[in-house]
Write a protein that binds this ligand. Sequence first.
Ligand code: FCB
Length: 450
Amino acid sequence: MAPNQFPDDFIWGAATASYQIEGAVREDGRGESIWDRFSHTPGKVTNGDTGDVAADHYHRMSEDVALMRALELNGYRFSVAWSRILPQGDGPVNEAGLDFYDRLVDELLAAEITPFLTLYHWDLPQALQDRFGGWLSRQMVDMFARYADVVSRRLGDRVRYWATFNEPRIFIWLGYIEGTHAPGLADWTGGAQAAHHVMLAHGAAFRTLRQNLGADAQLGIVYALSPIETVSDDPEILARQRLLDARTNCWFLDPVLRGEYPPELLDAPQWANLQTEPGDLALIRTPVDFVGINYYSRTLLAPDSAGKGDLHDSAPNPGAEYTAMGWEVYPQGLYTTLRRVHERYAVPALYVTENGAAFDDVLEPDGRVRDPRRSAYLRAHFKAAQRAIADGVPLKGYFVWSLLDNFEWAHGYEKRFGITYVDYPTGARTLKDSARFYQSVIRANAVPEE
Ligand code: FCB
C-alpha cells in the first residue's frame, strides 16, 4: 500500500442523526420526543429553533441519497427515531415509521452505500420521560431492548452495522447533570444512576441484536472521546487530569470493554449512592465487534481552566486555531485517541464515526460555499487517522460529521457542520467546497497532496 493510501476496503462515509435532520415531527404516526418538548420550551435553544422542519430529510430522503452517491460515499451513518417506531416508547409498533427506514436502507443499498445504524442518538420518546423519568429508571433497560428487537427484526436482513448508543457521556452530562440538553435535568446523583441504566440497556440490546442478527452482524457503540492534556505537571492539574480522563473517556468504555468502572470515578462523591444489582457489570460487558469514536478536539487543562472537573474544563491554547464551536483544531488528538483505544481495549475494529467542524459558512451569489478551513480540518484529521493505521490501529472507516447542515442541539441552526449547505427557508442543498475536497479523497482513497 502506497504511503498516502488508505486500505482497499476502507469505508468513507458521512454521519447524521434523526432529530437533527428529519423534520416531519408530526407525520406518519411519529410520537413526541424529548427534543420536541425541550426545543419548544422557551429559552432552551438559540433563537428558539426547533427540529420541526430541520433539513427536511424525511421528505428529501431520496435526494439526500443521490447526494451521497454523487459524493461517492460508500457508507452512511444515520440514527433511527425511537418515537417513529414506538410512538409511546413501548406499546404498539408504528409500521409507517419502520417503512421510512426500510426505504432509506433500500435506497442506500441500491446506491452501494453501506448503512451504519445507530439506535439511540438522543431523541427519547417523551412518553418514557413522562412515565419513568427517562434513563433515571431501570425499567428503561427492557424498553430499549424491545425497541432494538423491533428495529432489528425489520432491518436486520439488510443492515449489518449496528450501534446501540451515540455518546452516552454527552447526553448524560448535558441532559441529566447540567440540564442544557433534553430532558433538562441537573443532578449529579441522578446522572450517574441514569448512566448506569444506559450501560445496562446497551448490554441488554446487544444480546437481543446478537440473537436476532447472528454472528455476522457487526455490533458496537459510539463514544465521544477527547484526550486530556495539561499545560504543566502541577499536582493539582495531574489529579484533575486523572479524574477528567475517567469521566471523559473511561466512564463508558471501561464497563463495556473491561467489565468495571474506573476507580477514580467510583471514588468521587457523585457515585456514592449508585444503585446496582449483582450481575450488572456482567450484562454491561459485551464483546463488541467495533467501537465508534467521535472526535472533535482535545481537552487542555490549566490552573485557571474554566469549569474545573466538568465537561467544559479546558483552557485556551494561545495561537491555536478554533472552530465556530470554540473548539481547538487539534488533529494530533485523533491520532492519540485511536492509539489509546486500540492499546487499552484491543477491539477488533475501530471507526471514526464523527469528525468535522462548524464554521460560519456563506452561500455566495455565484452559488458556491468556500469553506477552505473545513477542508483543511478534514485533511489534517484524515492524515492523523492514516498515521494511526500505519501504526497498526484497525481503523476501518471514517464518517464526516455531517452530510448536511442541521439542528445543532442547543445551538439550533446557528452552527453549520455540513459538507452540504442547507438553505433552511427553501431546503435547497449546495455542496460546499469541502464536499468536493472529500470526494477527491474518496476517489483517490488517499489524501491528495496540497
Ligand atoms: C456530537 C453529536 C452530534 C453533533 C456533533 C457536533 O457530540 O453526536 O450529534 O451534534 O457533536
